[in-house]
Design a protein around this ligand. Sequence first.
Ligand SMILES: Nc1ncnc2c1ncn2[C@@H]1O[C@H](COP(=O)(O)OP(=O)(O)OP(=O)(O)O)[C@@H](O)[C@H]1O
Length: 275
Amino acid sequence: MADPLDSDPILEFSNVALGYGDYTVLRDIDLNVRRGQVVAMMGGSGSGKTTLLRGATGQIRPQRGTIRAFGKNVAEASGEGLRELRQRMGVLFQQGALFTDLNVFENVAFPLREHTRVSESQIMERVLGKLDAVGLRAAAHLNISEISGGMARRVALARAIVLEPELLLYDEPFAGLDPISLGITAQLIRKLTDTLGCASVLITHDVVESFAIADRVYMVGQGRLIASGTPKDLSESQDAYVRQFLRGEPDGPIAFHYPATPAFDKWLDQHTGRS
Ligand SMILES: Nc1ncnc2c1ncn2[C@@H]1O[C@H](COP(=O)(O)OP(=O)(O)OP(=O)(O)O)[C@@H](O)[C@H]1O
């Protein structure tokens, strides 16, 4: 197999700043994700992980720099171009919002019915194939109210991969899972990345599970990229932020207090009459 490092990046951030209005959440971000890789984006609460994901999908435009997906500038894509880019990405949100009025099979079939014109027999084959990949082939007929939270996560995963995306983006895939479901989900993400030959980006707090499957880890904090490398590189890092995060220590450079912003100062002025 070709070395994935020789291939063009599927997702690439070059000197990117991202934020909302005139508030910059993250600056100077350089990262890339290649075919076959599982990449974990880590950082404390509010450090900007979801903001990175929004940048990758084109939901927000960078304040500076360039974000490319499949070689195309995401910020310049609109209309049909953006739809096409998004079809090549499977996004799995934390609340995998399944349609409760559809059964498991129809939930997974939904993107195929919506975006393709494949025949019913092909839909049957593809949907059962994807449900099989997540271990839920025999749950196809169940209603959403009849499945557990962990199973719902896997149904959402089957739905995210049914169009065979080249890039899978997961927002907190391990949040709220019991230890067994957590391990299963992590191994599933690794296996699907390998068998589909896609790339997976995980936004996560979970050090143990993501380090077990990631090829590369990016850690954000204090408004920038704090560290990047293999899980081993990060485990051996002497950086105080990285060490505090990995060890879950309460004391260190990761601030407990949410930082004051110009928007907060303005709000406070308006509400206290402070000038
Ligand atoms: N739509 C928005 N408008 C303005 N500010 C926002 C918006 N969404 C997020 N932010 C701010 O951006 C910063 C980063 O938020 P983000 O959701 O990216 O963090 P996160 O690392 O994903 O956090 P968590 O792990 O707690 O989900 C926070 O300060 C947040 O208040």
